[in-house]
Design a protein around this ligand. Structure first.
Ligand SMILES: Nc1ncnc2c1ncn2[C@@H]1O[C@H](COP(=O)(O)OP(=O)(O)OP(=O)(O)O)[C@@H](O)[C@H]1O
Length: 226
């Protein structure tokens, strides 16, 4: 079976007045069921790499395959469809829509994929939120939830379409240690119990040490993999 993600020579250069290299010549294979940390100093290209893997940005050189499919010839529409069906995103700041409830925020990606009927979407959002300990908060808006609860809603939203891959950018970066531990345990459980693949950017080296593999970036290049 093809790896979930296969990057070869992945490079992203911004062509400003002076060219800025965000990531350079990255070779990376991510198999299903792995929990992978992306670490490195501030400005080393961690988020840029995650955006490329998540088809939110296009490389200027190199190749990226998702489940064996070359992403280069894909149209924007195909990229968006691949993203919706294959990936869920969790960012440092939850980016929930403030005017919608927790349940509605989880339903939104399902509506975009349009695979399920209304009742099924509602049922699935309820189940996902309940499985993350939020059964009593389904109808609350983000401003009525704590930081840790909001981030759990964001995880539920990332799982809305049951994607094999979760890409997380500092998912615990804005949380206190107890909420961080909860969110980490949820991500870990997704890998261990539900066979998901999680790639998480983190500054937290203790957390990275508990993942399966670490990719360390310096100046946009992989300096160490362990
Ligand atoms: N739009 C842009 N214009 C100019 N420089 C940029 C732009 N986006 C990113 N950069 C630069 O590219 C480099 C990589 O940025 P990136 O956000 O990927 O790093 P990071 O490792 O995720 O950093 P942090 O840990 O601080 O979030 C940084 O030096 C950043 O300043």
């Amino acid at each position: 079976m093809s790896p979930l993600i296969e990057a070869r020579g992945l490079t992203r250069i911004l062509h400003e007045t002076v060219p800025v290299t965000l990531v350079k010549d990255i070779d990376l294979i991510i198999e299903e069921g792995e929990f992978v940390a992306v670490t490195g100093p501030s400005g080393s290209g961690k988020s840029s790499l995650l955006y490329l893997l998540g088809l939110l940005d296009r490389p200027t050189e190199g190749r990226l395959r998702v489940r064996g499919r070359d992403t280069e010839p894909m149209s924007e529409k195909e990229r968006a469809e691949t993203r919706l069906a294959t990936m869920g995103f969790v960012f440092q700041f939850h980016f929930l829509l403030p005017e919608f409830t927790a349940r509605e925020n989880v339903e939104i990606p399902m509506r975009k994929l349009a695979r399920l009927g209304r009742d099924e979407m509602r049922g699935r959002a309820t189940d996902l939120l309940s499985s993350l300990g939020l059964a009593d908060h389904l109808d609350k808006r983000p401003d009525q939830l704590s930081g840790g609860q909001r981030q759990r809603v964001a995880v539920a939203r990332a799982l809305a379409n049951d994607p094999p891959l979760i890409l997380a950018d500092e998912p615990t970066g804005s949380l206190d240690s107890r909420s961080s531990e909860q969110v980490f345990a949820i991500l870990d459980g997704l890998v261990r119990e539900r066979g998901k693949t999680v790639v998480a950017v983190t500054h937290d080296l203790d957390m990275a040490a508990r993942m399966d593999r670490r990719i360390h970036l310096v100046d946009g290049e992989v300096s160490k993999e362990e």
